[in-house]
Design a protein around this ligand. Structure first.
Ligand code: MG
Ligand code: ZN
Length: 471
């Protein structure tokens, strides 16, 4: 869709518009929405360096605070994580849109994972809850479908993969291989809120159906309950009356559900659909939910929570790369550490930190691959910031933080207090009664490989769509 001729158009667009001091609209960008040129993105270093392989790591809700907490707890103040080894670092803004009449939509400063995912998946802004569709007047009014980065790379002949610790139908993986008005429409039986998008009326169906129909080479994660009988039956097309899992089988997917089946899989077996749990995958670590006042008395985390029949994120990443790395055109792989966000919502510091460690270990797998395959671009970022903070212990007499706290004993033998304070308060004594909220701060982004310099400075999530392509 976008060729070398378009790069010439970009140059012309910049030349024509820079002197006028207006927001640049490129000749070939007429159908794009709100491209962010505020940071001079079209003259960034690293453009026009096209990587063969692209690996995108998304730590859901993994803002600066979540990274720092994990670094201090697990590796010590002088410690460095795998993501710290990546050569370039920058920031990305994450704002989304509010529903409206358009064409100008109001800004939403605290986006969700659907709108943010749509930004790098399609290069365009949209409203929360929406999966790779444009904004509209209301949540339940479908928007225009936008081509995704997975579709772009697939059309180029690359192999494509999608790996997550959430359900594979959750928002972050879904933005790559489905287009739907609401993120909750995950399985055939979840389509009540998306009536016009059902297969029964000629629509593309639920996220599970669209994911399978996209023929993604490697799909690994949780969410089997969206694909088997508990997810309902397909109501249109050649697989009417079947489960989505049956449809996947008919369409040639190798279906697996345990770590040992994953380990045993030969690389020729593509496409593969690995669904290891009915819902989200089990967290690596566990611990108490934060409490008000002084918080949970100081403790260390329990680090052996994941059952042995579930693969780690690092194991899924390793296998996905092994499976995908057999094409002259290279591959695109997205890897999501999903439950950093989910456990941040739950105010469970140990579970949250364990997921961040697991995410970082998966990055280590990609860094090893990069050593042997320098034509690979690795990008690591978060979709949005989140609530957890490192705060002072109550030794000054100034009182406690107003939120829910946990006190973790670090490797250095010190107590690090973690507080969750974006939902709840004194009238709600238990953090388990509610869900902590996302925050609006820009997120960090790290990169290495061909074109990685393009992430330097401050860019927007929509820029990532182009950076991934070396454009
Ligand atoms: Mg997610
Ligand atoms: Zn969230």
């Amino acid at each position: 869709m976008f060729t070398r001729n378009n790069q010439l158009a970009v140059v012309l667009g910049v030349t024509m518009c820079v002197g006028l001091g207006i927001q640049t609209v490129h000749a070939h960008d007429n159908d794009r929405f709100e491209i962010n040129d505020r940071f001079g993105n079209n003259e960034r270093p690293g453009r026009n360096k096209t990587p063969k392989n692209v690996i995108l790591f998304i730590g859901d809700g993994m803002g600066i605070s979540e990274v720092t907490l994990t670094r201090y707890y697990q590796y010590g103040v002088k410690g460095r994580m795998n993501l710290d080894k990546l050569k370039y670092t920058g920031f990305q803004t994450t704002w989304s849109l509010k529903p409206g009449a358009g064409p100008d939509y109001a800004s939403d400063y605290t986006p969700d994972s659907a709108s943010t995912g749509t930004m790098w998946a399609t290069g365009r802004k949209t409203i929360d809850e929406r999966i790779s569709q444009g904004p509209s007047t209301a949540l339940n009014v479908p928007g225009k479908n936008y081509q995704t980065i997975l579709e772009v790379f697939k059309a180029q002949g690359k192999r494509v993969g999608n790996v997550t610790t959430a359900e594979i139908t959750d928002a972050t993986p879904a933005v790559l291989d489905s287009h739907i008005s609401l993120r909750s429409c995950q399985a055939p039986k979840n389509m009540t809120s998306c009536p016009t998008e059902r297969k029964a009326v000629g629509g593309p169906g639920s996220i599970a159906e669209q994911t399978v129909d996209h023929r993604v080479d490697v799909l690994l994660g949780g969410g089997k309950g969206r694909f088997d009988g508990t997810g309902g039956l397909i109501e249109g097309g050649p697989d009417t009356g079947r489960t989505v899992l049956d449809s996947a089988q008919r369409q040639g997917y190798k279906i697996i559900s345990t770590k040992s089946e994953l380990d045993a899989l030969p690389w020729r077996n593509l496409p593969v659909l690995g669904l290891f749990t009915p819902g989200n995958m089990t967290t690596e670590w566990t611990g108490p939910v934060a409490t008000l006042g002084d918080g949970v008395p100081a403790h260390a985390c329990t680090t052996d929570n994941r059952p042995s029949n579930e693969p780690s994120l690092a194991a899924m990443t390793k296998k996905a790369i092994d499976l995908l790395d057999h094409s002259p055109h290279g591959f695109f792989l997205q890897v999501e550490g999903a439950s950093i966000d989910k456990q941040d919502h739950a105010a469970n510091a140990c579970a949250q930190l364990g997921e961040t460690v697991a995410f970082d270990e998966a990055i280590g797998v990609a860094l090893s691959f990069l050593e042997r395959n320098p034509d690979t671009l690795i990008i690591v970022t978060a979709d949005h910031s989140h609530t957890s903070q490192i705060v002072g212990e109550d030794t000054s007499g100034n009182g406690n933080p107003t939120g829910y706290s946990d006190n973790l004993i670090t490797r250095e033998g010190q107590v690090m207090r973690v507080t969750y304070g974006t939902a709840g308060g004194v009238d709600r004594p238990l953090a388990s009664q509610l869900s902590q909220q996302h925050t609006g701060a820009a997120v960090p982004i790290w990169a290495e490989g061909p074109g990685a310099e393009a992430i330097l400075g401050t860019t927007d999530h929509t820029d990532l769509f182009w950076i991934l392509q070396g454009k």
